[in-house]
Each structure stands twice: as C-alpha cells, then as structure tokens.
Design a protein around this ligand. Structure first.
Ligand code: 5RP
Length: 222
C-alpha cells in the first residue's frame, strides 16, 4: 500500500467512527493537511447527515466549502463532539507533534473545544519518542529573535521557516534536536516564552483516539 492509500484508509476509518454519532445538528471540527484532506473528501459524501464544520485553517475552510459543506465560526458553536486531524508525530500516549502545515494554533484551539479528538495518521507517524520531527512554534514576528534565543536555552536549534506566514499573520520557528522526554512540561515551558503564540506539542490535550494506517489494516490506539 502507498502512503496515500494508508491515509485514505484512516480517513475512512474516522468516517466509520463518527457517522453513527452524527445527526442533522452536528458540527464537526476538521483539521489541516494531506490526511485531513482525504477525510474532508470522504466526509463530503455524507454532508446530508450533519449540519456543518469548523475549520482549523483557511485551506481547510476552502476545501470544505468547495464540497458545499457549511463552515462555521468557532465562536458561534457551543458544542463540538468530534475533531478529526492528522499529526506529524504521535507517541503511544497519543501526545502529538503538529504544525507541519503551520496551522497549529487554530488546530489546538479547535481540539481544545472538541469532546473527542480523533487523530488519523499513517504508521510512519508513530514514534517511541517525540522530537525527530522538528517542533513548530508559532511566534509573533517582532519576537522572533528573542524566542529563538530562549529556545536555544531549552536545548533546541530553531530554524526560521522562510516565506511562511500563518493564517494569524505570525511566523514559524521549527525547532530541531529537542529532547522531548516530558512533552507536557516542554509544551508549558515553550508556551511561557513571551512572544510565543503556541507550540506544536499537543500533550496537555492529547488525542483521544489514534487511527493508524498500517499495511495490516487500521489500528486503533486509545
Ligand atoms: C498541519 C498539521 C498536520 O496535521 C500535520 O502536518 C500532518 O499533515 P499530513 O497529514 O499532511 O502528513 O499539523 O499544521
């Protein structure tokens, strides 16, 4: 199976999990990235079964709208049963690194509101220890150098992601070579640096369910 076929399989598995729990009033949180795109395209086949979606990025909002799925502002939504999104890395505790697509802040906000966070990923994303994938940090532009210096003090090697502005108008520092033994602690430490909007560790609020695409089928963790 190709990586795309694994992504397609986990996207379908997420549909199978949520579909029986949807009704005409349901609003679904939808993530960003290539795996989330497979999910959006499959979700569109069931658009009469739910009300609409909240998007974690402008790109996702556009893709949802292109399928005729209504997109709601999160502030107008009081209940979000599911958030479905990909990840760059997951450990066995379903703590994640996200933000490869620079959408980490909105993703973290939607995940915080959702009652159930379903992560969909191919098997390459499951790792024993987080940190091989460089940790994305969204930063207010004027704080870039200050935040980079603080990240070096934490043992990382921050690299400015050239030419990328987030949907919130901020920049991304990708932090290499971090020892992520305590994801919750590091998430807090980085978020406490003045000028950081958020970082791509999803550990304080990990996923609730990981659907992992493997050559032996979709595995469920959590
Ligand atoms: C975007 C993300 C994505 O979920 C993450 O980068 C995984 O993307 P893909 O499904 O394309 O591998 O966090 O900010």
């Amino acid at each position: 199976m190709t990586q795309d076929q694994l992504k397609q399989a986990v996207a379908q598995a997420a549909i199978d999990v949520i579909l029986p729990r949807l009704d005409k009033t349901s609003i679904i949180g939808v993530g960003t990235g290539s795996t989330a795109n497979f999910f959006i395209d499959l979700l569109a086949q069931h658009k009469m079964a739910f009300d609409g979606a909240v998007a974690s990025s402008e790109a996702t909002a556009q893709r949802l709208k292109s399928h005729g799925i209504p997109v709601y502002d999160l502030n107008s939504v009081s209940d979000l049963e599911f958030y479905v999104d990909g990840a760059d890395e997951s450990n066995e505790r379903l703590e994640l690194i996200k933000g490869g697509g620079a959408a980490l802040t909105r993703e973290k906000i939607v995940a915080a509101v959702a009652r159930t966070f379903i992560c969909i990923a191919d098997e390459s994303k499951l790792v024993p220890l987080l940190g091989t994938f460089p940790l994305p940090v969204e930063v207010i532009p004027m704080a870039r150098s200050h935040v980079a210096r603080q990240l070096v003090k934490l043992g990382g090697d921050p690299v400015y992601r050239e030419g990328v502005l987030t949907d919130n108008g901020n920049i991304i520092l990708d932090v290499y070579n971090l020892q992520i033994d305590s994801p919750v602690k590091l998430e807090e430490q980085i978020n406490a640096i003045v000028g950081v909007v958020t970082n791509g560790l999803f550990a304080a609020r990990p996923a609730d369910l990981l659907l992992l695409g493997t050559r032996d089928g979709v595995k469920r963790l959590g």
